[in-house]
Ligand binder design. Structure first.
Ligand code: NAD
Length: 382
């Protein structure tokens, strides 16, 4: 926890409900931590914990890069056949309530409106369905991903030129469906894979997409690969097979490791950092909880589009992977937020002394934390 800069990691268990999971609170130095609840059939607890850490840290990056006065968290739940859903999520609600507003829970893979409504029975620190909540978060995510794909195509080819584009989606869930609709409405040839055959059958008459087999997303001839399912899909093997020239989707932490962003860059593939592209739901949810009014789709699209464009321009100028720039900038901002919180908590006399370190003094806490941040960057994939 110290090396990775986590404030708190909780193991949560309620045997009567069948709940077993982890909550990572990465950073609350600028405000409450925001993050969804993921329920997934993890191989074991270690895999669940690792996912929790990766995802909660990525949420802190998203907050910092989008000037959200809050930080990152994630609650992961191990999918267990014996679990009772309403009891599981109500137990989660009590855990969230116990944190007294340090953590706001939202949707993620395996957690939709039904599950969130159980959580809402126990706490108000949750994204609520219907008129009591911020509205559809998946459409906000899809809007941000769409704006990011557009910025990527402009950066690469000078224009979006939708009608001659081919895009492949891996996974057509809540976000993928909205993204596919938007792209198809502009004349894009959309291809998609979906492992859940019931889901695919449900969408077949609704979406104008060409269905392909899962795993063939990497090799089909397309302009854009949009990972919209799980993370960790960009690794040594998949990158070798990738035919797309732009990678941008909804999936959180699609890189197996940071070094894979460099591998993509070396191959001439423009990878739009997920910590920029997927911030739509966070922006909508956080503005609702903090300001009382959720950001609209146009605002989200223009905000994320402008941020992505800025990073792509700078990355091109420096000839580095945009991921490197975004990650470094996020870490710099989180570091500054934490420094500010430390400074604000000091009594005035100590604060003055801290602002004028004596020559030759030992590195202060912030300097040593920069060192540890650098080493953690290579250890955790995000
Ligand atoms: P979802 O569970 O509704 O959809 C994911 C879909 O991908 C499912 O239909 C699933 O069957 C399919 N799938 C899983 N593995 C696959 C594979 N290997 N190949 C093809 N299909 C596969 O989830 P979602 O809400 O649409 O989110 C998708 C991704 O975007 C997740 O990684 C999530 O963390 C991320 N994300 C979502 C939001 C949001 O607002 N929902 C916000 C930010 C990031």
């Amino acid at each position: 926890m110290a090396r990775e800069g986590f404030e708190q990691v909780l193991a949560v268990q309620d045997e009567t409900a069948g709940l077993r999971g982890f909550l990572g609170l990465h950073d609350t130095s600028a405000g409450p931590a925001f993050g969804g609840i993921r329920r997934f059939a993890y191989r074991d607890e270690a895999a669940a914990l690792m996912d929790c850490l990766r995802l909660s840290k990525a949420m802190s990056y998203k907050c910092a890069l989008n000037d959200i006065p809050g930080g990152g968290a994630k609650l992961v739940v191990l999918e267990r056949p014996e679990a009772d859903l309403s009891r599981t999520y109500r137990a989660i609600g009590r855990t969230v309530e116990g944190l007294g507003g340090r953590y706001y829970a939202g949707p993620d893979v395996g957690t939709g409106w039904q599950e969130l409504s159980y959580v809402a029975e126990e706490t108000s620190y949750v994204t609520r369905p219907g008129s009591h909540g911020p509205g559809d978060l998946s459409e906000a995510t899809a809007a941000g991903v769409f704006a990011s794909i557009a910025a990527g195509l402009r950066s690469r080819d000078g224009s979006e030129d939708w009608q001659r584009r081919r895009v492949v989606l891996q996974g057509v869930g809540r976000v993928g469906e909205r993204l596919a609709q938007r792209l198809a409405s502009l004349g894009v040839h959309v291809m998609a894979s979906e492992t859940d055959l019931d889901r695919r059958a449900e969408l077949e008459g609704l979406l104008d997409v060409e269905w392909i087999e899962p795993s063939s997303e990497f090799t089909v001839d397309v302009d854009v690969f949009a990972p919209c399912a799980m993370g960790g899909v960009l690794h040594d093997l998949s990158i070798q097979r990738l035919s797309a020239k732009v990678v941008c989707g909804a999936a959180n932490t699609p890189l197996a490791r940071s070094m894979h962003a460099d591998a993509l860059h070396r191959r001439g593939v423009l990878f739009i950092p997920d910590i920029l592209a997927t911030a739509g739901a966070l922006i909508r949810g956080a503005t609702f909880h903090l300001d009382g009014e959720a950001a609209g789709l146009d605002e989200i699209e223009s905000r994320i589009g402008a941020t992505v464009e800025g990073f792509l321009l700078e990355a091109r100028r420096l000839d580095v992977a945009p991921w490197r720039l975004a990650k470094e900038e996020a870490e710099r901002r989180i570091h500054a937020r934490r420094e500010r919180r430390v400074a604000d908590s000091l009594v005035p006399g100590v604060r003055r002394a801290k602002q004028r370190p004596e020559a030759g003094a030992a590195p202060n806490r912030s300097e040593s934390s920069v060192d540890s941040r650098n080493s953690l960057s290579e250890n955790l994939p995000t």
